[in-house]
Every structure is written in structure tokens, then in C-alpha cells.
Write a protein that binds this ligand. Structure first.
Ligand SMILES: [Zn+2]
Length: 197
């Protein structure tokens, strides 16, 4: 096999969820694809990290030339309901449902001593500051329904400012696949979101 093809297969195979067989299939697809497609894909990948950065307010992903993401900049979004998620992927999954019009806060993971992730590694300090300074009435702790997600939600709850009258909710149980929001189908996620308490 030519060296450049082998290298591409290795690179594609490094992506999550892609085995060697799929990587080979995708590499061959790219080899036979329209040159403009392969070039567009290559330059989109090359530009990705330099053109995006973290929203200064909610830590989701936003354009490099903006300080805040499109959700934070959207005046129509409610400021009174804040949905706390572990990962940007979870935000994308909830946004896709089209049932939430509040704001988000992306923690950047969950507390997991086994994996060396402690509270200081997460955006919990900025979340607590937002709760103190923004007109938040409801906090939806939409962390994953597993050990790490539960520990993270509990830690946040315990450290919230005591002088604030907040409604705290968690997504209802019944999320499949070890409680991962990103793997839940839309129907399940909608019912977990609407059944929050
Ligand atoms: Zn934002």
C-alpha cells in the first residue's frame, strides 16, 4: 500500500469510533472523491482549531472573532433558566430538540478522581459566579446520569450561593447507555428534559 494512503488510514483510524476497516473505506472514498471535496474537507480540518475558541461566558464553542457564542449573544434566549452540561456535545444534543430557550454552561467534563479530573479542572467557579451575578431562577443540572455526573451535580448543588432562591432540577431518569445524554435518542431526551425535577 502506498505510504500516503497508509498514513491517511492511520489518521482516520485515530478518530473515536472508527476501526481500521472503516478507516480504509473512508480513505478510499476520499481518494476517489471529487478533488474539490477532498480539498474543502482538508482545509476545514486545518482551520478548525484556529478559527474557533471557547465562549467567555458559557465555555461552549464559538467563532474566533466573537467573544461570546451565538446562544449567549441571542437576545431572545431566556436568562432566567440555565442548563448546565458536561460537554459541548450535550449542548448540541439538547439544542437539536428545539425545546429549550434558556442559556447554557459547559463544565468541560465531570468530576472523576479515577481519571484525574477534579473540581478545579471544570468550569464550576465561573458557573457559581454566573449564578451570583445573573438573573437565574432555574438551574437544570443536566450532567450525565452516571457516577461522575451525579457527583458533579451534587458538588455544584452543595456549593451554590445559599442566599439565592433557585429552583434546581435534574433530568428525569431513564436515559439509556449508562446515562449519557449524547447517546440518548431525541424522544427519550425530550421526555427526560420535560420530566425534570
Ligand atoms: Zn456562550
Amino acid at each position: 500500500m502506498p505510504e500516503s494512503l497508509k498514513k491517511l488510514i492511520d489518521l482516520i483510524g485515530f478518530l473515536p469510533g472508527i476501526g481500521e476497516k472503516t478507516a480504509t473505506k473512508l480513505a478510499l472514498f476520499l481518494l476517489r472523491a471529487h478533488p474539490a471535496y477532498a480539498e474543502n474537507l482538508g482545509s476545514a480540518i486545518a482551520r478548525l482549531q484556529s478559527e474557533l475558541h471557547e465562549c467567555e461566558r458559557c465555555h461552549s464553542v464559538c467563532d474566533r472573532n466573537e467573544m461570546r457564542c451565538s446562544i449567549c449573544r441571542d437576545e431572545a434566549r431566556e436568562r432566567t433558566t440555565l442548563c448546565v452540561v458536561e460537554d459541548y456535545l450535550d449542548l448540541v444534543a439538547i439544542e437539536r430538540l428545539g425545546i429549550f430557550s434558556g442559556s447554557y454552561h459547559v463544565l468541560g467534563g465531570a468530576i472523576s478522581p479515577a481519571n484525574g479530573v477534579m473540581t478545579d479542572d471544570l468550569h464550576i467557579d465561573t458557573l457559581l459566579r454566573r449564578v451570583s451575578s445573573e438573573p437565574i431562577e432555574e438551574l437544570i443540572l443536566a450532567t450525565n446520569a452516571n457516577l461522575e455526573g451525579e457527583a458533579t451535580a451534587l458538588y455544584i448543588e452543595e456549593n451554590l450561593p445559599k442566599d439565592r432562591d433557585l429552583r434546581i432540577s435534574r433530568l428525569s431518569r431513564g436515559l439509556p447507555n449508562a446515562g449519557y445524554i449524547e447517546y440518548a435518542d431525541d424522544v427519550t431526551l425530550v421526555s427526560a428534559f420535560k420530566g425534570r425535577r
